[in-house]
Design a protein around this ligand. Structure first.
Ligand SMILES: C[S@@+](CC[C@H](N)C(=O)[O-])C[C@H]1O[C@@H](n2cnc3c(N)ncnc32)[C@H](O)[C@@H]1O
Ligand code: SF4
Length: 437
């Protein structure tokens, strides 16, 4: 299977982290982790990157108080974005879904989430990303969540199966309003929605989501069949805040290529195209894998992944545990998993070994961690890291040195950054600790 060296970024612009944000946040986290005793982890990352040499040297020559001062000076720009799961429960049952689709006993409460969101905003988070372990619109605190995002001026990027915007009965039962009213209300908040559009074939969609067809009715936009929920969002939410999400597997790959991506482009919709990964109930299961022909055609359409943002993102699960990656589930965390409730979020991010130790691994871990835990690996069409084009220079060296089972390394080649302190656009002559960038 062939690969691409750079992808086109069709995601919402709000979630496209710039090189300077990545560099500054990464530099801040490096300082904090170094000061906290994780010198080996940090050095492993820095020693392969010539453009960070001066920064590395300055850390090595610094006293402990100097390191702490540097970290503190960068604290408020150390987080590029927060990944936060809402409820675990879902009203669909997609065959490929890696989650268990169940409500969890200790899901974060509204005040607990509010506290976390405020702390994330204070650390510089530019947005909160809600990929969801279940269906976020079913979270009991959904509107509170959006309210808080509005108050904190923290945009939310949320994934939804979109069913609630097309199913009158569900919308009334859950929110006490019609889908049209709900879509209009959504428009009042700083929220960007990726709504599921996996195929123009309503019967196939019902099979993919494993729901009754009447629970996900289809309408039409410009003669193309689309889920009614998506159609409603397109009609009542500003177009720049509506996107399409599609997880590609064998049964819908041709639809993605022929219909879905062209439809999104024609209508100016942000698009998130991702490969089906083997985790949860699809772990070690090759039955949904694309054919070679499909995979080649889909490769250029795949969206950037956030693996390369490992250095400057934080992931919090449904019950409030820190996770190293979006698709690493609570039961895949170590025994001493750390919970954010009542904690100083920044300290937790820099004192938790299973987080810091993976922070500087920019490869895709969503499949490798489950495989490591199981202690075995079979031949599958693996997902791989797609580096956001804006970060290709900053990330530097290839991040997936040895992709598994036909995966392709797609990070762009290294280019030295000009900044002597390792921060893009920073002071080229800076050889001491630089607190200005
Ligand atoms: C678990 S869902 C939760 C949010 C919402 N229910 C939805 O489906 O959009 C979050 C994202 O994970 C994707 N997803 C689920 N199972 C996956 C898998 N095995 N591989 C890759 N992506 C998957 C979904 O397509 C969706 O984009
Ligand atoms: S992918 Fe989303 S909609 Fe489908 S079962 Fe999983 S959580 Fe539910």
């Amino acid at each position: 299977m062939g690969g691409c060296s750079e992808s086109v970024d069709r995601r919402f612009p709000v979630q496209q982290i710039s090189e300077s944000t990545w560099m500054r946040a990464t530099a801040g986290n490096i300082a904090a982790d170094y000061a906290n005793g994780f010198q080996d982890v940090v050095s492993g990352f820095l020693s392969g990157r010539p453009s960070w040499r001066a920064y590395h040297d300055s850390l090595r020559n610094a006293s402990q108080p100097e390191l702490e001062e540097l970290a503190a000076s960068r604290r408020s720009e150390s987080l590029a974005f927060l990944v936060l799961m809402l409820t675990g429960v879902c009203n669909a049952d997609c065959g490929i879904c890696f989650t268990d689709r169940k409500r969890k006993p200790n899901e974060l409460t509204v005040p607990e989430r509010d506290d976390l969101l405020a702390q994330a905003a204070a650390l510089g988070a530019q947005y909160v990303y809600v990929p969801g372990e279940g269906e976020p619109t079913l979270d009991k605190g959904w509107w509170n969540f959006l309210e808080t995002c509005g108050e904190l001026d923290l945009p939310a990027v949320v994934f939804t199966n979109g069913m609630i915007f097309g199913d009158e009965d569900l919308c009334r039962r859950t929110w006490g309003m019609t889908p049209l009213e709900a879509a209009k209300k959504i428009a009042d908040y700083p929220v960007y929605l990726y709504s599921k559009y996996w195929t123009p074939d309503s019967r196939l969609s019902a099979r993919l989501l494993n729901v009754q067809e009447r629970r996900q009715p289809y309408g039409q936009v410009d003669g193309v069949p689309v889920p009614l929920g998506l159609q409603t969002l397109m009609e009542y939410v500003p177009r720049d805040r509506v996107g399409i999400e599609v997880c590609v597997e064998r049964r819908n790959a041709d639809d993605v290529i022929q219909t879905i991506v062209p439809f999104a482009e024609r209508h100016g919709l942000a698009t998130l195209v991702e490969m089906m990964q083997h985790n949860g109930r699809t772990f070690q299961d090759p039955s949904y894998d694309m054919t070679d022909l499909q995979a080649d055609a889909v490769a250029p359409l795949l969206s950037p992944t956030s693996c390369t943002l490992g250095t400057c993102k934080a992931v919090v699960t449904v019950q409030g545990y820190l996770s190293p990656r979006i698709a690493v589930l609570e039961n895949q965390l170590p025994q001493d998993r750390r919970r954010v409730v009542g904690a100083d979020f920044y300290r937790l991010l820099h004192e938790t070994p299973y987080i810091v130790e993976r922070r500087y691994n920019l490869a895709c871990l969503c499949e490798t961690i489950p495989a490591e835990l199981a202690g075995e690996k079979i031949d599958l069409r693996s997902v791989y890291n797609v580096t956001p084009p804006a970060l290709a220079n900053a990330v530097g060296i290839s991040v997936d040195a040895e992709p598994q089972g036909g995966g392709v390394a797609v990070a762009a080649p290294a280019k030295a950054s000009a900044g002597g302190c390792g921060v893009s656009g920073g002071c080229a002559s800076c050889t001491a600790l630089c607190a200005q960038h």
